[in-house]
Each structure stands twice: as C-alpha cells, then as structure tokens.
Design a protein around this ligand. Structure first.
Ligand SMILES: CC(C)(COP(=O)(O)OP(=O)(O)OC[C@H]1O[C@@H](n2cnc3c(N)ncnc32)[C@H](O)[C@@H]1OP(=O)(O)O)[C@@H](O)C(=O)NCCC(=O)NCCS
Length: 169
C-alpha cells in the first residue's frame, strides 16, 4: 500500500534536502529521508521482510542521518513515500572504498515502474559525489526478483556467502 506523506519537519539527509529528479529529468522525486518519515518508512521495512515500528525506525534514522558516511533516500509519488534506499560508504583493509546498498524496498503497489532503478541511480550519484567508484549489495538467495533487478542495472554476482549472527547478552 502507498504510504501517507510525512510532514516536512525534521532533519534532512546529505545529498537530498530538496526532492531531485532522476537523471533523465523526468523521473520520480527523490530526496534525502527525514526523521519525520519514520512512520512512512516502517511499513515498507515490513514489506522488505523486517517488520519495525515507527518508533524503532525513528531511532535508527536518528543514528543514520547523523552519520555523513550513510544516506537514506526516499521516493515520493503524489505526496506519498513509495520506497527507500539506505547506502553506506565504507572501506575495508582488504579492499578499497565502496558504497554498499544496505536496504532497498519499493512499495509493492508501485513496483515495476522504475522507482527501484531511480533510487539506485540516486545512490550511485551520491557515491560518485564522494569520489567512490564501486557499489556493492548483498542480497538474500531467496530474492530472485531482486537479483534480476540488480543484474538489469549492471550489477554482477561476485560471490556467495553465509551470514552469521550472535546475540550479545
Ligand atoms: C527489487 C525492487 C527494489 C525493484 O524495484 P522496482 O521499482 O520494482 O524496479 P524497477 O521498476 O526500477 O526495475 C528496473 C529494471 O529491473 C527489472 N526488474 C525489476 N524487478 C524485476 C523482477 N522481479 N524480475 C525481472 N526483472 C525485474 C525491470 O524490468 C526493469 O528493467 P528495465 O529497465 O529494462 O525496464 C522491488 O521489487 C522490491 O522492493 N522488492 C522487494 C524488496 C527487495 O527484494 N529488495 C532488495 C533487497 S536486496
């Protein structure tokens, strides 16, 4: 379901304070996320498979938007948030800098109309603005549709891996 529009208050993230158009000049409006978007982003997180409350998403946004190495962009359609992407600029000892797509979702009612591409292209532009020349993304093996999407956008599978997690008491 399309989400209700958030209000215009709250911090805006780097690179997207005002809505911008996709590179074609005719694409959807994309802007940096605001803290006040939390209630609209939370249901989309659920669609991604990670249910979260608006309160939880708000707390995460507060951390993310305070970090200049991370960005969250949203796409607005007719005043409603129709998708978001979270990217992080990082460097490791063994490989050079890269911007990683940490999360991406388009409202299921809006898929297939170029919004995912627009969000990724906005993130690629953000990477270039920072002088970063590589993008990465890790995607669950069950997300066959997402894999086709990334390949369509020029991304290639470079490896498969296991994801480990440990809860700290
Ligand atoms: C993956 C996702 C973000 C794609 O967003 P979208 O807005 O539907 O994708 P777009 O309309 O921008 O598609 C861009 C291109 O990818 C192709 N594509 C998109 N989804 C596809 C699919 N399931 N199978 C094959 N191709 C697909 C489109 O045909 C389009 O190709 P074109 O440029 O030649 O027309 C969206 O389907 C989604 O939110 N999925 C659920 C969450 C998810 O899996 N997120 C990724 C986690 S890693």
């Amino acid at each position: 379901m399309p989400q209700k529009r958030g209000n215009s208050k709250g911090r805006s993230h780097s690179g997207g304070k005002a809505p911008s158009r996709a590179p074609s000049g005719e694409g959807p409006a994309i802007r940096g996320a605001r803290i006040s978007d939390a209630a609209d982003l939370a249901p989309l997180s659920g669609q991604l498979g990670y249910p979260a409350t608006a309160h939880e998403v708000r707390a995460r946004l507060e951390r993310l938007l305070a970090d200049p190495a991370q960005a969250v962009f949203v796409v607005e359609i007719e005043g409603m948030l129709a998708g978001w992407i979270h990217v992080m600029d990082s460097v490791t000892v063994e490989s050079g800098p890269a911007v990683e797509i940490r999360g991406l979702v388009v409202d299921e009612a809006r898929r297939g109309s170029g919004l995912g591409r627009a969000l990724v292209e906005r993130s690629e532009a953000w990477a270039r603005e920072r002088g970063v020349s590589a993008m990465t993304v890790r995607s669950n093996v069950v997300r066959a549709g997402a894999h086709a999407f990334y390949e369509r956008l020029g991304y290639a599978v470079v490896k498969t891996q296991h994801a480990f997690r440990k809860r700290l008491a």
